[in-house]
Design a binder for this molecule. Structure first.
Ligand code: RUB
Length: 313
C-alpha cells in the first residue's frame, strides 16, 4: 500500500485503533523507502520526511502514530549513502513492527494476571491490547464475562463483540448510556489508550472518562492496557494532546442536519480520563500506577524533562 493510500485509510478509519495505526504507518514508511528511486540521500530524506508528515497528519490524537514515525525516521542517517539510508529506515520499521507485536503479547500476559476467575469485565471501544488481556485470561481457563459498549457513533463495539464471541467469551452488548445501569454487575473495567500523558491521564475513545467516573463511583477498578509508545513525550514540556473532532455526519445525517439550522453537531472522537480514576496502566514493561507515567516516558522513550527537542516526536 502506498503512503497516500495508507494515509487515506487511517483518516477514514478503515485502519483504526492506535496500535494498528502505528504499525501500518511503519509498514508504509518501510515500503516507501524500498520503492523510492532517489538520486542521493538528501533527496531520499526529503521524500521520506514528506511521507512521514502526511502520515502524522491523518489523525491527531493517537500518539502511537508520531511515536512510530519518529522511531522509524530516526533510522535515516543523512551522512551515509542512499542505500544505507534506505536500509536504516527499513531496519527501524521492521524493529518497530516486531516490538509492537511483542508488546501486545506481553501486555496480554501481564493484564491477564489482574483478571480473576469469575470476573465480569466492562470494556469500551475496540482495543486490541485490552481484548488481548481478556482473551489470554480465557485461554488460561478463567471463566469471565464481558459487558461491551456499542461505541457511538462509529460502532467499534461491533468489532469487539465479534472478537469476544469468537474467543468463546460470554458477552453482553449494551448501549453507551447503559454503563451506569450495569456497573454493579461488573467488577473490573479494562480499556485501551490512544495516549497517556506525563501525569497519567489517559486519552481514549469518547465516553471512556464517563465509564471511568462511573466505575470510580461504584468502586470498580479501572485498568488501562497501553504499549509504551502510547505515552506522549511532549506532554513532559506541557503540550496538550489534541482531541480529534470528526465530521458531524458521523453523528447526524446531512439531510437531517440541513433542516436544523440552529443545531450544531459536536463529534469529539476521544476524551481525557484523569489519573484519579485509573488504578493501573499495564504496559509491556509491567504494570504501573498512572502516577508513574513519567518513568515510562523517561526510561523507554528516552525523554528527560529539560531535554526539549523541538524536532522530536
Ligand atoms: C480506538 C480507541 C482504542 C485505542 C486503543 O479509537 O479509542 O481504544 O486506540 O486501541 P478509533 P489499541 O476507533 O477512533 O481509532 O489497543 O487497539 O491500540
Amino acid at each position: 500500500m502506498t503512503v497516500p493510500e495508507t494515509a487515506e485509510k487511517i483518516k477514514s478509519m478503515e485502519i483504526r485503533g492506535a496500535g494498528r495505526i502505528a504499525r501500518t504507518a511503519a509498514e508504509a514508511l518501510r515500503d516507501h523507502a524500498l520503492s523510492l528511486a532517489a538520486p542521493d540521500t538528501a533527496a531520499f530524506k526529503k521524500e521520506m520526511e514528506q511521507a512521514a508528515a502526511l502520515l502524522v497528519s491523518t489523525r491527531p490524537t493517537a500518539v502511537s502514530l508520531p511515536n512510530a514515525v519518529h522511531y522509524v525516521m530516526a533510522g535515516l542517517d543523512p551522512s551515509v549513502n542512499v542505500d544505507e539510508a534506505r536500509n536504516g529506515v527499513i531496519h527501524r520499521a521492521e524493529q518497530f513492527i516486531q516490538s509492537s507485536q511483542h508488546a501486545v503479547e506481553r501486555i496480554a500476559g501481564f493484564g491477564a494476571r489482574h483478571i480473576r476467575d469469575g470476573d465480569v469485565i466492562l470494556t469500551h471501544c475496540n482495543s486490541e491490547v485490552a481484548l488481548g488481556c481478556m482473551i489470554e485470561a480465557r485461554r488460561q481457563g478463567k471463566e469471565i464475562e464481558v459487558f461491551a459498549t456499542e461505541v457511538r457513533p462509529r460502532n467499534q463495539g461491533h468489532i469487539t463483540i465479534r472478537t469476544l464471541n469468537d474467543a468463546g467469551i460470554k458477552t453482553n452488548f449494551i448501549v453507551d448510556s447503559a454503563v451506569r445501569s450495569f456497573i454493579n454487575n461488573v467488577n473490573l473495567v479494562i480499556v485501551g489508550a490512544d495516549a497517556v500523558t506525563v501525569n497519567g491521564a489517559v486519552v481514549n475513545k469518547i465516553g471512556t472518562s464517563q465509564v471511568a467516573h462511573t466505575a470510580a463511583e461504584a468502586r470498580v477498578n479501572v485498568i488501562v492496557a497501553a504499549e509504551t509508545y502510547k505515552f506522549a513525550p511532549r506532554t513532559v514540556v506541557g503540550e496538550l494532546i489534541e482531541i480529534e473532532e470528526r465530521p458531524p455526519n458521523e453523528v447526524l445525517p446531512d439531510e437531517i442536519a440541513r433542516t436544523l439550522p440552529n443545531v450544531t453537531v459536536r463529534n469529539p472522537a476521544f476524551d481525557v480520563t484523569p489519573p484519579e480514576y485509573i488504578d493501573l496502566i499495564v504496559t509491556e514493561q509491567g504494570a504501573i500506577p498512572p502516577q508513574m507515567a513519567y518513568v515510562i516516558i523517561r526510561e523507554y522513550l528516552g525523554w528527560e524533562i529539560g531535554e526539549f527537542n523541538p524536532g522530536g516526536g
